[in-house]
Design a protein around this ligand. Sequence first.
Ligand SMILES: *Cc1c(COP(=O)(O)O)cnc(C)c1O
Length: 447
Amino acid sequence: MKLHGTMRINERGHLEIGGCDTVELARRFGTPLYVLDEQLFRQNCRDYYAAFTQKYGAGVIYAAKALLNLAVCRLVEEEGLGLDLVSGGELYTARQARFPMGRVYFHGNNKSPEELALALEYKVGRIVVDNFYELELLNRLAGEKHTAAEIILRLTPGIEAHTHEYIKTGQIDSKFGLVIENGQALAAIKRALEMKNVRLHGFHCHIGSQIFELASYAHCARVMMDFVGQVHRETGWLAGELNLGGGLGIYYATGDRPPTVQEYADTLVGAVAAAAAERGIKAPRVVVEPGRSICGPAGTTLYTVGAIKDIPGVRKYVAVDGGMGDNPRPALYQARYEACVANRADQSPTEVVSVAGKCCESGDMLIWDIALPSLEAGDILAVSCTGAYNYTMAMNYNRLPRPAMVLVGDGRADLIVARETYADLISHDRLPARLRKDKRLSVASAR
Ligand SMILES: *Cc1c(COP(=O)(O)O)cnc(C)c1O
C-alpha cells in the first residue's frame, strides 16, 4: 500500500497516521473506523489555494458531497476555501458550523422550493441554476423575498470524459445542465438577463469525476470560452465568472497517475486566458470545485478481520466487519483500493486474498485479489484513500450502524462523527398503536 500524507510505519511495525498508532485507534474507537489525516486534508486545501488563488486569483470551492460534517466545514473555512453544497441538509450543516455563506455555491438539478428559499435566506454566494424550471422558480422566490439571487448557469458542454459511466456528466444526454449545442443555454441566458430578481455572473460546467487527462479539461475550457465569446457577440453581455467544476483524479491503486494540482491549475487557467486573448475579451474569473482530490487521500478506514474462508484452488476470502455499508464504491463503480495489515505493516505479502464485507450481497467485496501478509481473525486491515464518497455514501443496509470518524494530527485523535448505535437504527421507526405488542396481546385475550 502506498503511504499517504502523515502515514508511517512505527517502531512496533504498526501503521501510524497523524502520529496516532492505528491499532490503538481501533482499540479505542472500535471498528470500522474512518480516520481523517488533518494535516493531509489541510495540505491538499493549501495546494489548491496556492495553485489557483495565490497564483491566478481563481476561486476554489470544496465539493462537500465528497465528505462533509461540522469539523470538515471548519477545516475548509480555516484554509480559505469555499463550499459547493447540493441540498438543504448540506446547507444546514454548513450553517450550523457557522461557515461564511458568501463563500457557498449551491448546486443541484432539482432544488426544491424550500431548498432555494433556504439558500436565499442564508444569502449564499451563488446559486448554480441547472434548468429553466429552476430559473423561473428562483426569480419568483427572490421577488417574494425582495432580494436578488446571485446566479451562474450550469451548462452541458457536450464533452465525453474518460471515466466511469455513472460519474460522467458533461455529455449532452445528461440530467445536468443546459445544453449549449441546441441553443437552450443561450435562451436561458437571454431569459436570465431580462429577469428582475436574478443577477447572472457566469457559467458552470462539470465534465465528471476521477479524471486524469488534462487534455479533457483544456478541451472543456476551450468549449466554454467559445460559448462565452459567442454570447458576448450575440448579446453584448460578457460572463465574469467561469466555474469549471471538479473531478481531478487521485491515486487509489497502482496504475493511477494523477497530474499535480499545479499542472491542473496551469492547464485550466492557461486555456481560459489564451481563449480570451484570441477573442480580445477580458478573461472571466476561473473557479474550481475539487472534492475527491482534497479529502480522498486523507481518509483511511480501519476494519477488524473476522471469518477467513479458503476455497482451495479457487480463492481465499477474508471478511471484515464493514464493507459496502461504509464504502459502496466498489459495488457501485468497480472502484479499486489498496490495503495493509495495520498491526503488521512491516511484513511482506505472502498470499493473495480477496477482502469481503459483511453485508448479505455477493457484490459486497472491498478488494479483489490483493497481496497481503497471511491474515488471521483480529488483525486490523487499513484501506487507504477512503476519504471521499465513503462516509457521505454510507448506508444502513442490513441495519449495520454507520462507523465513527476520528480526526488525527500531532498524535491527537478527536472524534468528529460518533458511531451509530442500535438505538439510533430504530430511532425513526414508529409503531402504530394497532401493531404494538401490549395492545395486540390485550386484543387477543379479549377474544
Ligand atoms: C461531484 C462534483 C464535484 C466534485 O467532484 P470531485 O470528483 O469530487 O472533485 C464538483 N462539482 C460538481 C458540480 C460535482 O457534481
